[in-house]
Ligand binder design. Structure first.
Ligand code: ADP
Ligand code: ADP
Length: 226
């Protein structure tokens, strides 16, 4: 089963930039797919189309094998984190993680239990009462990821989540992201321009160039086959 299917998707921005060209891509249930390519090749546009923040100019999107091209973002079971996962500065870490569940009207005791459990998996359970401003960049990014996945989306999108961190933190957090999303079994599309990230994280890598799919396969297939 495909969690996400893009069928002949193209995106032309006003002004004529062709960001995505006739893309056919199926993300399998539960896999971690990395979209790899240089800046400007269309990676973020593809994520925004999956999230519903951008409409394709042509082609179709399917989510969990249901037509989703015209589905409003709120009705998609999709969560996204950005480079600078912005947090609510005046809410504690607990408050940040709890927010999506509060919006959904969940029971406070259940919210507390879910927040504590997820914060342990993310190794931020010691920081639940602190404000975002007192955390390190790596901790803040963990909170942003936690807030995105706490409602258990069927698709998790990450747009260069490590790009604003220093090298040592990047390695640590990369390993944790891999463990976290595999532990949750959530279908994940991860955008990066970093080959090492792609190689070490991906179940499969989709290599993009100028809005086109250039290669698609496991890290071994992409890097070792001619
Ligand atoms: P990447 O994520 O790989 O850096 P993007 O999807 O952000 O690529 O951008 C692909 C191309 O589309 C680039 O040429 C970029 O300048 C252009 N682009 C992105 N967003 C817009 C927009 N809102 N309006 C016009 N052009 C855009
Ligand atoms: P990234 O390279 O990480 O995709 P950018 O700095 O290219 O980020 O883009 C940041 C924001 O600016 C995005 O929301 C994108 O849609 C928008 N954008 C990018 N290129 C253009 C463009 N040529 N015209 C208008 N908006 C753009």
């Amino acid at each position: 089963m495909a969690a996400v299917s893009l069928e002949s998707v193209s995106k032309v921005y006003p002004g004529g930039v062709r960001a995505v060209r006739d893309l056919r891509l199926h993300v399998r249930d539960g896999e971690l797919l990395v979209l790899l390519g240089p800046s400007g090749c269309g990676k973020s546009t593809i994520l925004r189309i999956i999230a519903g923040l951008e409409e394709p100019s042509s082609g179709e999107l399917w989510l969990d094998d249901q037509p989703a091209t015209d589905l409003p973002p709120r009705e998609r079971n999709v969560a996204m984190v950005f480079q600078n996962g912005a947090l609510y500065p005046h809410r504690s870490i607990h408050g940040n993680l709890a927010f999506p569940l509060e919006l959904a009207g969940e029971d406070p005791a259940e919210i507390r239990a879910k927040v504590v459990e997820l914060s342990r998996a993310l190794q931020i359970d010691q920081a639940l009462d602190r404000l975002p401003g007192s955390l390190s960049g790596g901790q803040r990014q963990r909170v942003a990821m936690g807030r995105a996945i706490i409602r258990e989306p069927s698709v998790f999108l990450m747009d260069e989540p490590l790009s604003n961190l220093d090298a040592a933190l990047r390695t640590d957090l990369r390993l944790e992201i891999g463990a976290l999303v595999r532990g949750l079994g959530v279908t994940t599309v991860y955008v990066t321009h970093d080959q090492v990230e792609a190689l070490t994280l991906a179940d499969r890598i989709a290599v993009l160039r100028d809005g086109r799919l250039e290669d698609l396969g496991t890290p071994t297939q992409v890097y070792e086959d001619p």
